[in-house]
Design a protein around this ligand. Sequence first.
Ligand code: IPD
Ligand code: CA
Length: 270
Amino acid sequence: MTATANDELKAELLEIALDAAHRAGAFLRDGRPDDLGVAATKSSAVDVVTEMDIASEKLITGLLAEVRPDDGVLGEEGADVEGTSGVQWVIDPIDGTVNYLYGLPGWAVSIAARKDGETLVGVVHAPMRGETYRAVLGGGAYVNDRPARVRPAPDLALALVGTGFGYLADRRTRQAEVLGQLISQVRDIRRAGSAAIDLCDVATGRLDAYYERGLNPWDYAAGDLIAREAGALTGGRPGDPLSTDLTVAAPPGLFEPLQARLDELGAWHD
Ligand code: IPD
Ligand code: CA
């Protein structure tokens, strides 16, 4: 693919991702039933799905199928289409479902487009913040229409670090042990409830760093690109790319000592 064709593809994918994320976000914000309940559970009794997660994924996949019928799709609530174009969409129809269920504002729609294993476009739309974070590979990151940039790296001891917990009791116990060690070695910890927003908070300097074990591609695909395009490094264990085992994001200078400390603490295993 020529450079121009690739730029045109990225521009097209960004426009589609922004449109789908805004439509799903408006639907979720304006259509949230007052008596919203749990429709189903997944890995454990606290890993919940609401009717709105399912409806949001349907809305997004329906829009994508109309405009790019040959693309693959992977969604948290079950969308799984192989596709023939080489482009794959990775969708979290609500990241922060527990926040959404309880009426807390920290939830987002996350949409990424990948080609040949590389994320080309990422959009995280957080309706209750009135903010949309977006990035195109090689094109920088933006929050609404302002460039997004990470905060200069502080010493690890002065870092405000976001994290999250999985839904399985054994994993959480282990995550709490790691956190129990780390908390006295950093400024403070935040657990806001949406991995996609946490990654964007690193991108905009609202967090110095973020890490979590057990994320799925739909949680991190868009936020990872946004954080990197805003100047963060992202990865898993030292030398590894970010993965379900471990996701770490921070500006250079903080990333390395945090990643090393998390490795010593065994943050990558249950
Ligand atoms: C969850 C959120 C949460 C993180 C969990 C994720 P969901 O996604 O991103 O912050 O700690 O690991 O599973 O279930 O709200 O889409
Ligand atoms: Ca999620």
